[in-house]
Design a protein around this ligand. Structure first.
Ligand code: ZN
Length: 445
């Protein structure tokens, strides 16, 4: 005899197209997918089940973001862990990795646990803190990598994002250190002597015309090349954050082939939605909304990034959601903060760019936005797909909805939204975190 079940925890999702393929009903019991097939909601056994009508909707596993800036602690005027979690849920996410460049920096076990606990208290998505690689992001001494991993937050991904770990000796040590527990170093690839802190426009004709400090693609590419060599040398795992150039894609393609042959090390990479669609010419109006690091690139790079995401050279889409208070963005271009919002719009951008151009189907989108990021981050309760026995982390999407983005409709505390006024295809209808709806009909539950 099976254990008595609490009927109130039963959810039936009726008639969703699973990963864009055949339609089926899902029975969710206690937060776990119990049955897939034809489920009669009128069956007395399901008498008190919550029924979600998903006719015409596509079901994907809950999205996982490898690269989110939540700004808490330190800049709660721009975003909090709660409002960032709200934006993530609205965007179809069930887990996010919160970058370490907060104030204080997430460079100790105590700070990591604080972020983790605030995420749990918000309860809308799983918030996994990313640990800093170096103390205070100063690039010199390693942070408490082992202690953060052994903490309640179980940190596995480390990054000084916002800054590049520039010293190869420090990068080597970090790769050696995390190898012991299967961790990964996520690198913000920016050689400081080729692209310094003020570099803010792709280096080329336009940066010259606009008089903006240039950020040449090679400043990214040489760090990617260096780091894959260090990963090979140490037998460890490196992850390249926000890849932005065709040259980096070439290096990655070579490195992945080597890693597959060697077997003892690996390299993974992510691309942001904005680098898949927006191009450097948007900077001609000096609108700081489009100021991001790495900068928007020319169309040839954008095309190479799309192709690399489609063929698996780039593993994942990550938002680099970077909320900023108005007073940090409303400056002359060179003085404004870097970064743009991304959580609420990522799925629609990827659907528009990748599925809209026949570069990925829904199963492919599930790979790059859920399964692969979960695997890279070592999350075993996310990205498992839609299968009996898997946690019911789900995103239900209206695939053909045409939505004009309105920055004032955002649940984020910030408004630096580069998609404002654009029409995108696809809308998140509902999000379920372990069977509990966090979003219903596009609104927070
Ligand atoms: Zn970065």
């Amino acid at each position: 005899m099976s254990a008595p079940e609490n009927d109130s925890s039963r959810v039936i999702v009726k008639g969703a197209s699973l990963l864009g393929d055949k339609s089926a009903d899902l029975l969710i019991v206690g937060g776990v997918i119990r049955e897939i097939g034809s489920i009669d909601a009128r069956d007395t056994a399901h008498g008190s089940a919550t029924v979600i009508d998903a006719d015409g909707l596509v079901a994907l596993p809950g999205l996982v973001d490898l690269h989110t800036h939540l700004r808490e602690p330190g800049r709660e005027d721009a975003e909090t862990i709660r409002t960032g979690s709200m934006a993530a849920a609205v965007g179809g996410y069930t887990a996010v990795l919160a970058m370490a460049n907060t104030s204080p920096v997430t460079d100790t076990a105590e700070n990591a646990e604080r972020v983790f606990d605030l995420g749990r208290a918000a309860g809308l998505v799983d918030v996994h803190p990313v640990g800093a690689v170096t103390r205070g992001l100063a690039g010199e001494e390693l942070a408490e990598l082992g202690l953060m991993n052994r903490s309640r937050a179980r940190v596995k991904v480390f990054s000084d994002d916002g800054k590049c770990v520039g010293d190869p000796r420090v990068m080597r040590r970090a790769l050696e250190y995390v190898k012991a527990f299967g961790g990964v170093i996520s690198q913000h690839s920016q050689d400081a002597s080729l692209a310094g802190a003020s570099a803010c426009c792709h280096e080329g004709e336009l940066s010259g015309q606009l008089g903006l400090p240039g950020w040449p693609g090679v400043a990214e590419e040489i760090i990617v090349a260096r780091d894959v060599m260090l990963a090979r040398h140490t037998g460890s795992r490196v992850h390249v954050a926000h890849v932005s150039t065709a040259g980096s894609v070439e290096v990655l393609r070579w490195a992945k082939a080597q890693a597959a042959k060697d077997g003892h090390w690996s390299v993974t990479a992510e691309v942001t939605p904005h680098h898949l669609l927006l191009t450097t010419d948007l900077l001609s109006g000096y609108d700081p909304t489009y100021k991001v690091n790495p900068p928007l690139r020319p169309v040839e790079d954008v095309e190479a990034l799309r192709a690399a995401l489609a063929d698996g050279t780039i593993d994942a889409v990550a938002t680099d959601h970077a909320p900023h208070a108005r007073h940090d963005k409303e400056h002359a271009f060179v003085d404004a903060a870097f970064g743009m919002l991304g959580l609420e719009t990522a799925l629609a951008v990827v659907n528009t760019v990748m599925r809209g151009n026949d570069l990925l189907d829904w199963a492919g989108i599930a790979s790059v936005m859920s399964a692969n990021p979960a695997r890279i981050a070592g999350l075993d309760d996310q990205g498992q797909g839609i299968a009996v026995g898997a946690p019911a982390n789900l995103t239900l999407i209206d695939p053909d909805a045409s939505v004009t983005v309105d920055r004032d409709a955002s649940v984020s505390l910030s408004r630096n939204n580069p998609w404002h006024g654009r029409t995108l295809t696809g809308a998140v209808h509902a999000t379920l975190l372990r069977g509990v709806a966090t979003v219903v009909e596009g609104q927070l539950a």
